[in-house]
Design a binder for this molecule. Sequence first.
Ligand SMILES: NC(=O)c1ccc[n+]([C@@H]2O[C@H](COP(=O)([O-])OP(=O)(O)OC[C@H]3O[C@@H](n4cnc5c(N)ncnc54)[C@H](O)[C@@H]3O)[C@@H](O)[C@H]2O)c1
Length: 433
Amino acid sequence: MKIAVIGAGYVGLVTGACLANLGNDVICVDIDDEKVSNLRKGVIPFFEPGLRDMVEMNLAQKRLMFTTDSELAIMNSEVIFIAVGTPSGNNGKADLSAVFAVADHIAKYVDSYKVIIVKSTVPVGTGYKIRDHIKQKMKKPVDFDVVSNPEFLREGEAVNDFIMPDRIVIGVDNGKAKDAMLALYRPVERTGKPILVTDVKSSELIKYASNAMLATRISFMNELSHLCEKVGADVKVIAKGIGLDSRIGPRFLQAGIGYGGSCFPKDVRALIEVMKEHGCSVKLLESVESVNEAQKLSLLPKIQKLVPDLKGKKVAIWGLSFKPKTDDMREAPSIVVIRELQELGAEIHAFDPVSERNAKQIFENVHYADTPFGALEGAHCLVVVTEWDLFRELDKDRMKKLMAEPNVVDGRNIYEPGEMRSLGFNYIGVGRG
Ligand SMILES: NC(=O)c1ccc[n+]([C@@H]2O[C@H](COP(=O)([O-])OP(=O)(O)OC[C@H]3O[C@@H](n4cnc5c(N)ncnc54)[C@H](O)[C@@H]3O)[C@@H](O)[C@H]2O)c1
């Protein structure tokens, strides 16, 4: 198929590269000149395992190209993915300005039947608004369909998630668009993964409902972790105990320092706003959000318990991205933790395997170490913020020797309290009794 992908960020670039890798001819469009000229040389603007090789190979084989020229892309494709960002607007609603800017371009240049696929996460009802907007703005009537095809990829696992997704959700109104979508995803369906075909609105809502459900599980466990700390129970064991119930399952039950990233926070907020607009109760989701905001601050009293006066004290931060295997810093809990520590006068020495470049655009006065041990030299406290695997088995004796004081606040529960204490650390986790 001839495919245009508009927006070459995390979602658009992965989608474009993976579809090219399946033999399609893909043109990726972005408004960012520098990003496009780098992508043409195979330089990927973010860290995503496996993506660079795929982009390089498909560039070399000329199935994948990058441009800023949306006219060229729109005119030369049968299907057009919209994969631009939909960040939180000031009022918490999804900011759809980039989506409608793309719709304007499609209306301007569309010259033959196209399937327009909305991959960006958009509030329920947006697909129809895009359809009406394009119809209104197009110069001469041309047949087209707008399809909802939300993306569920996880950063850090994005390439695998595209090839082996849990499911593909397609929201369509008619058979012609449905056939085109099924043809597009036939190679992925061959892996045995289910395709759920539904109406446009339900498809749009499935995306928000998925993220809101996952965020709810996290906030539930985080809130429970406070009781565990009061009564001496272990939230990790509780997660295991309830996760063994097949009605619940084990995933997204880890207590920690709250969810972040480019999706959960903004999507929970946007869903709350849509529900309010329709006069629905939002008690549950507002609580999910407020528990999360409070959780990001919950490490501070723990750090102060170990280091009561942080003024001039060196604090080592391990992990900056919102989760491991990505360099994405959008709404990362590290931002809240580091800013609060700096307010209290602490000197921050951070290590993250891939996020330093992005972190430098956010923080001032943070020292970056080349290794986890480098950040620990002379530290009065180590704070584990992101659970990169490499932190799990590091030499604990060496860690302790490097530190000024052996204080560890583990925001991701990657260590066992008993073991850490027996090695001589003053250790506090989250909800570990
Ligand atoms: N990142 C994720 O893990 C993830 C997962 C699932 C869904 N989503 C959703 O997918 C969408 C995209 O997210 P992302 O993380 O890829 O965003 P992103 O910010 O990484 O990428 C968006 C890209 O669109 C480009 N862009 C903006 N306006 C444009 C225009 N008018 N024409 C062409 N390009 C334009 C930007 O320059 C940027 O490169 C969002 O709606 C998001 O909620 C993201």
